[in-house]
Design a protein around this ligand. Sequence first.
Ligand SMILES: Nc1nc2c(ncn2[C@@H]2O[C@H](COP(=O)(O)OP(=O)(O)OP(=O)(O)O)[C@@H](O)[C@H]2O)c(=O)[nH]1
Length: 297
Amino acid sequence: MSVPVLLVTGFLGAGKTTFINQLLQGDHGLRIAAIVNDFGSINIDAKLLDASADGVIGLKNGCICCSLQGDLLRTLKIVLGQKPSPELIVIEASGVADPAGIVQSLMDPVLWHSARLEIVACVIDAPDVNDRVNDPLWQTQLRGSDVLCLAKTNGLPQDAIASLKARLAILGKRHVFDLGEKLPLTVLLSGGSLKPRDIDYPPLTDSRFVHLEWEREGQISMVDFQAVMTELAPNLLRAKGFLTFCDQPKGMLFQLVGQRATLVGSDRTDEGKCQLVLIGDKKNFDVEVAYSLLDRL
Ligand SMILES: Nc1nc2c(ncn2[C@@H]2O[C@H](COP(=O)(O)OP(=O)(O)OP(=O)(O)O)[C@@H](O)[C@H]2O)c(=O)[nH]1
């Protein structure tokens, strides 16, 4: 029998990993396998996904919408060969991916017999919509999806959420869910087209992003790190990493989306090691400058 595939897309930092973790922890009773695509070579998202998934496989060093299409198909075959086999496969696209490229790969007629694309869900950072609405990649991700899932609605008034849903409906998206309402998986899956589909536009090849990966053995100073990030943040779209700070007993997970940064204790850090990924727009993020600042830490 063919295993349904849920493809989760959405802009950098929209909330895809958080959403998938909620799915993995849900009481649906399904065996779910997750495939996660990190833009760089450091597999941060795979580490953040809940260990309860029936196998989390990270695909790194490229994007499954273009350079890693072959890897995606090979990985799906491995996942499908697991015993017992998964009842749902969730694929998390990287935040720079055009879902059309991934959908194209999944339309492979041989694969379709064993894994069928059920639905493409786009996670939207609700408070961020005004800043993103004219971004061509954001628009492409929206257009290539069957359902939209609004993340980060906690703290937004109900009428703001309702008007956002109405606005997205005008863009042709009838199925807009608020993730704050703890969406049942069955409801989400029922929003799909449930049949193979054609792509009616060429996938976007977006090379406007640059990223930097920085690793360091040993601890760093929190004050110095905050100073570096304060300098870099205005030119970043996304940053995430596991860090170990002097005088802190535990490693920490650092997340930056736009100008919102968080630092929380984490068990998933590698002992005594720092790993950081920064992503920005080529126009204003200077990787060399960023490296030189980080290397002073
Ligand atoms: N307040 C709040 N924060 C959220 C919510 N969802 C995600 N976040 C935060 O937003 C940041 C990014 O979340 P992720 O789930 O890693 O986003 P992502 O889309 O997987 O990010 P990339 O894959 O790196 O593009 C993290 O700091 C999350 O804790 C939410 O519903 N509410």
